[in-house]
Design a protein around this ligand. Structure first.
Ligand SMILES: *Cc1c(COP(=O)(O)O)cnc(C)c1O
Length: 599
């Protein structure tokens, strides 16, 4: 049985398997391994982050096209707008192409902090909207006024009445033009999925109905109603079902209509936040709606409410981030080691007279044929248990123990090879005991923080060997010295990889859909920094590697955490001859990831 690692579920046809290789399904369809080799030839070793701006572009146009089609279909009078929430990925290699690719749609940016607002007001396309969410102080609100006076179409969405009071204050203290104002509503309907707490009556964010009325009155008193343009909600990330969205739409749609009927004449936008889900699993679909369904539900519901309450159909804003960015980035990790390679037959050193159980293991190994493979493998594992007990009691020596370990591993390997894994189901029963551990040159904490923190599954697949049966049930280990840096084998969602000899060939794993949230959430645990990243750009029929940013040098990492690097160098220089110090200096100027023959 060949394994396609669930690519039909998670790749959205961005990647395909062809000739045993994982390929980018675009233009000249380069294999990922060919890109990796090109980068490594330039001496960038260690893990890599490959970014594919054409995938981001595809997501942006899919989002706009789907909504605009629904708008025509329902003859909806409002228009469709979208902004990218910078929280999801703020890095320049991602953001610059995003802004360029979004220009034709007037795709804008959403900021949730002062630093993100600075990115938005510096780089946003001039005709595209900016929305500002999150908790704000006077300085952040002042920043929004400054953005407005630079000519940006900016809407400050308030999370509480105090923010509105601050807007009124800044308005009176400066003579800058006032940005548009949005109200984030605290819904009584909650979200779905892991992040449901972003919505709901007890949510961290938004105004209660009493506060909405107060906000309206405050704006009216201060003759600022003309700036109230938007109602906003966000029910949480990665919604697996559309039902909570429909409820939230009804609730916020009625709030919009009521305020409009009260006299909020400039109010003409509903911002439905983010939450569009991405398929992360290699085993089953987890998103139970299509984008088309999502768009029609939004349009249909808002149209219905507008009709019922006799108000204009609102323009629609979305802030989906995960949907736009996840697919654009692939993390590639070299496999450094298969742990069982320590148990090579060449190290076997049998004695003239071996303890009976070891002699038995040797016989199991030699005599095993396909028919007896399961049985002998079981026997071997039982013997191994007993031999370890004998060692603890002092009845066998270290050489015996080494022989026992080698023979047991070889028996397992031979059994798997003989069985040719025709029978995954049967083999699965044994999986827990016959796993292979793959050591990967990366840090889970830096590159897959959501796996470490919230058990987020990410699709994983080798870049090569895809025309061969994977025969080893795999657990994956990173190079941090933290035992949490492991993706253990899970028999419910088994990962099978190939039995490779790393002395003869290289083997890389790709983790897909890592473009949302992982980059800046990643942490420098053990002082491993962001991997080397590269933008892969397609020009006609060739591929260009652009904007290579090398993983941080050791000395810069230390500088970042506020060590005095001059002091470090001075101290290191002491008691070393010049030559040795030069070598040491070279090491300080390299990154922390491991460098072995292949890695
Ligand atoms: C996080 C966030 C988003 C993005 O959510 P996704 O699930 O990534 O689409 C949008 N809007 C707001 C207000 C957010 O806080």
């Amino acid at each position: 049985m060949l394994n396609n690692y669930g690519i039909d579920i998670w790749s959205d046809e961005n990647f395909i398997i062809e000739d045993g290789l994982a390929k980018v399904n675009h233009k000249c369809k380069p294999s990922l391994i060919s890109l990796v080799r090109q980068i490594r030839e330039q001496d960038f070793k260690g893990p890599l982050l490959l970014r594919f701006p054409h995938i981001t572009k595809k997501q942006i146009s899919t989002l706009y096209d789907t909504f605009n089609n629904s708008i025509s279909e329902y003859n909806y009078k409002g228009n469709f707008n979208a902004v990218f929430p910078l929280k999801v990925n703020q890095l320049p290699n991602f953001v610059h192409p995003l802004i360029k690719n979004g220009e034709e749609f007037n795709y804008g940016l959403e900021a949730g902090s002062k630093a993100e607002l600075v990115i938005a007001m510096t780089y946003n396309n001039s005709n595209s909207p900016i929305t500002v969410n999150g908790f704000k102080d006077k300085e952040m609100i002042h920043l929004a006024f400054i953005a407005k006076s630079k000519g940006h179409d900016i809407t400050v969405i308030i999370e509480g009445l105090n923010e509105l009071e601050t807007i009124i204050q800044v308005q009176s203290e400066t003579n800058l033009p006032c940005p548009n104002i949005g109200l984030r509503v605290r819904l009584h309907s909650g979200g779905s999925g892991l992040w449901a707490k972003s919505g709901g009556i007890n949510s961290k964010f938004g105004l209660s109905s009493t506060e909405i009325i107060e906000a309206y009155e405050l704006l009216e008193e201060n003759k600022m109603l003309e700036f109230l343009t938007m109602i906003h909600f966000h029910i949480g990330s990665d919604m697996n079902s559309i039902k909570p969205l429909k409820k939230a739409l009804r609730e916020s749609g009625h709030i919009y209509a009521e305020l409009k009927n009260l006299g909020a004449t400039s109010l003409n936008n509903i911002n439905i936040g983010g939450g569009l889900a991405v398929e992360y699993s290699s085993y089953e679909r987890t998103r139970f709606y299509s984008l088309r369904e999502f768009a029609s539900d939004v349009i249909f519901t808002l149209k219905d409410i507008a009709k019922q309450k006799g108000v204009d159909e609102p323009n629609i804003f979305t802030e989906s981030g995960r949907f736009i960015s996840a697919g654009s980035t692939v993390l590639i990790t070299p496999v450094l080691e298969l742990f069982s390679s320590e148990y090579d037959l060449k190290h076997l050193n049998l004695k003239e007279n071996n303890p009976p159980l070891i002699a038995e293991l040797n016989a199991l190994y030699t005599d095993m044929i396909k028919r007896t493979a399961y049985e002998y493998m079981h026997d071997a594992m039982d013997h191994m248990e007993s031999l370890l007990t004998l060692f603890d009691l002092g009845y066998i020596d270290l050489q015996d123990r080494s022989n026992a370990e080698i023979l047991t591993h070889q028996i397992i390997k031979k059994a798997i090879a003989l069985l040719e894994v025709e029978d995954y189901e049967d083999l699965k029963k044994l999986d827990e005991n016959i796993q292979e551990k793959y050591l990967l040159n990366f840090s889970m904490f830096q590159s897959l923080p959501d796996y470490w923190g919230i058990d987020q599954e990410f699709p994983v697949m080798p870049l090569t060997h895809l025309d061969k049966k994977p025969t080893r049930s795999a657990s994956l280990w990173d190079i941090t010295c933290d035992s949490d840096g492991e993706l253990p084998f899970n028999s419910q969602r088994p990962l099978y990889l190939h039995d490779v000899n790393l002395e003869k060939e290289d083997y890389f794993l790709g983790f897909f859909n890592v473009g949302a949230y992982q980059d800046t959430l990643g942490m420098k645990h053990n002082l491993f920094s962001q991997p080397t990243e590269v933008n892969v750009v397609f020009k006609e029929n060739e591929v260009k590697l652009e904007k290579i940013i090398e993983s941080q040098k050791i000395i810069d990492i230390l500088d970042d955490i506020d060590y005095d690097t001059r002091d470090i160098k001075d101290r290191l220089k002491e008691n070393l001859d010049t030559n040795t110090y030069q070598i040491l200096k070279k090491y300080l100027n390299e990154n922390s990831y491991l460098k072995t023959t292949w890695s």
